[in-house]
Design a binder for this molecule. Structure first.
Ligand SMILES: *[C@@H]1O[C@H](CO)[C@@H](O)[C@H](O)[C@H]1NC(C)=O
Ligand SMILES: *[C@@H]1O[C@H](CO)[C@@H](O)[C@H](O)[C@H]1NC(C)=O
Ligand SMILES: *[C@@H]1O[C@H](CO)[C@@H](O)[C@H](O)[C@H]1NC(C)=O
Ligand SMILES: *[C@@H]1O[C@H](CO)[C@@H](O)[C@H](O)[C@H]1NC(C)=O
Ligand SMILES: *[C@@H]1O[C@H](CO)[C@@H](O)[C@H](O)[C@H]1NC(C)=O
Ligand SMILES: *[C@@H]1O[C@H](CO)[C@@H](O)[C@H](O)[C@H]1NC(C)=O
Length: 602
């Protein structure tokens, strides 16, 4: 296959795929695509013949036409577990419908990527794309929509011939989904109607660098509607991320309905209507899974739980100490689950038994949190009455062991924040994934201990940083706090996010343990009004690092000059899809090659 890693600057205008594929070459032939372009389906190892598949979709009005038998139906006649789980068919059906919608309804006229005197292609000379062939090359695992990291092969090839035949091949339905996502990025809207590409012929081979590519959204500090979350998941999927981490509870509010413990949301939600019902939670998980995005639910504990005191006051120690809450917690209100309490254990048993079976159809993971536990809070815990690490550490070990045993017994793999391993020195199961946030050294330490790690150094991938303090300072303290920067200022612009290499400081023999990472949207100062622009397109910069790697094919740091017009184009595509992503440049900078460069190649 031809590959063109570095396109000449001018040729790269309007040739933008984000994240950048492993290999990508294209020509300059214009092809149009019509709304009744037929999609053909071929599946099965060794059964591949271009164009020989069955017609499965030829009109936006016929959505679910693909119903192939599941290969993994074995002769034993045993019923499958997790019957609500999605199949590869569900993913492909959804992706075809979305492809159609994106190209024909949610596209944009790319004037910002051409000089002022630019002419659009002329529709009267149109050659049309004749077919889109989707070919699944191999049997795929049954849990294709909720795999553990690395189980599902997301690679794909995409070929668009000059005479208009498109073929996307992959080893899994998720790979087909990723290939269709790339396919949509070849097309532009014409101002007179219709959609075209200027890039035929196209050849792509693509595969992700990291198997865990995610965004974490905190929906406790501020509430986000189901539609806000779904829209964010759509953008996650469009950036070929495959994990959506929902930090769904914290000290400030408990918006998740737990039928077995109804007081949690009845008393703990900000308002009775700001709750994710059982059905809402299911819808959100389904919406992610059907796009090849696994939703990872986090109930952070034992810290970050004080809201539980509103419904179960006996379970929480050091609740809402004022005014010196900062001795007991990272944020007000202070409070932590008691550490040596059978009532807490019973509560957690009930909570997990209610919640986790509702997660397992859609995910293989459950995040038990564990960040920023404040030891002083246990001095006020009547089951412990001590802040001595030597007293607390064995209790924390028991607490986490109990939780993880139950997580496993319900078929899920636990994830914890780095403090549990690195500060509390806990012995964690080999299966446990450790999520890092404080430093690159922490990542190196996690993998040195043989654990799988997720990166997301707050100095690069925290999207909340640089907005200034949300705490109010008394007049006597205000002068010292001026100009009210937050702890992780300055604002992390996309270039900073893009400069982060998840493998920094990780020796080669441990790099396979770095599963990937997540960008984090903590929501003290973000709500539905500014959500989109706080997250996008900056999270897209993290998405490209996670899909394509921080280094280019020559092993050099990726170039902003190469990336910025593509990210600008991705931003236009997100806006066209209804996501309020910020601009990263003015049109002048993208209209005629790189005219906004500062500094010279040496
Ligand atoms: C599978 O499930 C169906 C319906 O729930 C039940 O009738 C059948 O006996 C089950 N088969 C096996 C092998 O368990
Ligand atoms: C675009 O850049 C080229 C090369 O610098 C220049 O010759 C041309 O005049 C520019 N066109 C416009 C419309 O600015
Ligand atoms: C599919 O798997 C084969 C190995 O089984 C691999 O060579 C190929 O790159 C994978 N991806 C695609 C899109 O063919
Ligand atoms: C934990 O609680 C038990 C009683 O439930 C008590 O015997 C034990 O001393 C407590 N441990 C600590 C460290 O306080
Ligand atoms: C974990 O180990 C470090 C280094 O030995 C020690 O400083 C720290 O106090 C330990 N943490 C706990 C909670 O025991
Ligand atoms: C590449 O980026 C890293 C930061 O991730 C930086 O430390 C390093 O100096 C850069 N290398 C070059 C050659 O610019």
């Amino acid at each position: 296959m031809k590959s063109l890693h570095f396109l000449p600057l001018f040729a790269s205008l309007g040739a933008a795929i984000w994240p950048i594929p492993v290999e990508y070459s294209h020509g300059e032939t214009v092809l149009w695509i019509s709304e009744d372009v037929p999609f053909y389906w071929t599946a099965g190892a060794g059964n591949v013949n271009v164009g020989s598949g069955s017609l499965i979709y030829q009109n936006a009005n016929i959505p679910n036409v693909l119903h192939r038998p599941r290969w993994n139906d074995d002769a034993s006649g045993e019923n499958k577990t997790g019957t609500e789980a999605l199949s590869g068919d569900d993913l492909v059906n959804y992706a075809i419908a979305q492809t159609h919608r994106t190209i024909f309804k949610k596209s944009f006229v790319p004037w910002k990527f051409h000089p002022r005197d630019w002419d659009q292609p002329h529709p009267e000379e149109a050659i049309y794309i004749s077919q889109v062939n989707l070919e699944l090359l191999q049997d795929e695992p049954e849990d294709v929509a909720k795999p553990l990291a690395g189980v599902v092969d997301e690679s794909y090839t995409l070929s668009l011939t000059e005479d208009g035949k498109t073929t996307i091949r992959a080893n899994s339905s998720v790979g087909i989904v990723r290939g269709l996502t790339t396919f949509t990025q070849l097309f532009f809207k014409h101002s007179l109607g219709g959609a075209y590409t200027t890039l035929a012929p196209v050849e792509v081979f693509d595969a992700p660098k990291f198997p865990h590519r995610g965004l974490n959204l905190d929906v406790s500090r501020n509430f986000f509607s189901k539609n806000d979350i779904k829209r964010t998941i759509d953008a996650v999927a469009y950036n070929k991320m495959n994990r959506f981490h929902l930090h769904i509870t914290d000290s400030q509010s408990w918006p998740l309905e737990i039928p077995a413990l109804p007081g949690l949301s009845e008393k703990g939600a900000y308002r009775p209507d700001l709750v994710y019902s059982v059905q809402d939670f299911k819808d959100i998980q389904y919406h992610a899974a059907v796009q090849g995005v696994e939703l990872i639910t986090e109930i952070d504990m034992p810290g970050h739980t004080s809201v539980i005191a509103l419904s179960y006051p006996d379970l929480i120690a050091a609740f809402n100490i004022q005014p010196n809450w900062d001795m007991y917690a990272a944020e007000p209100p202070s409070g932590t689950l008691k550490l040596n309490s059978s009532a807490v254990n019973d509560f957690l048993g009930t909570l997990f038994d209610d919640l986790l079976p509702r997660i397992s159809p859609y995910s293989s993971y459950f995040h038990t949190g564990g960040d920023e536990v404040n030891k002083n809070a246990y001095e006020l815990d009547d089951t412990v009455k001590s802040n001595d690490p030597a007293v607390l550490q064995p209790l924390m070990q028991k607490f986490v062991d109990r939780n993880h045993d139950q997580v496993r017994s319900l078929g899920l793999t636990p994830i914890v924040w780095e403090e549990m391993l690195l500060d509390w020195n806990l012995t964690l199961g080999e299966d446990v994934i450790v999520q890092s946030w404080q430093s690159d050294e922490a990542v190196a330490q996690i993998v040195a201990k043989g654990h799988k790690a997720l990166v997301g150094n707050y100095q690069y991938w925290y999207l909340d940083c640089g907005k200034g303090q949300w705490l109010d300072f008394a007049p006597s303290a205000a002068a010292n706090a001026w100009p009210y920067n937050d702890y992780c200022a300055p604002f992390h612009n996309w270039r900073l996010i893009y400069s982060y290499d998840p493998l920094t400081g990780v020796p080669e023999e441990h790099q396979h343990l770095v599963l990937g990472g997540e960008a984090h949207m903590w929501a003290e100062q973000t709500d539905p009004v500014n959500l989109d622009r706080m997250v996008w397109p900056r999270a897209a910069a993290a998405a490209e690092i996670l899909w394509s790697g921080a280094k280019d094919a020559q092993g050099r740091n990726r170039s902003q000059i190469e990336a910025s017009p593509r990210l600008s184009e991705m931003r236009e595509r997100l806006v066209a899809k209804g996501i309020g992503a910020e601009p990263i440049q003015m049109p002048y900078c993208t209209m005629n090659g790189t005219q906004c460069q500062l500094g010279y190649a040496s």
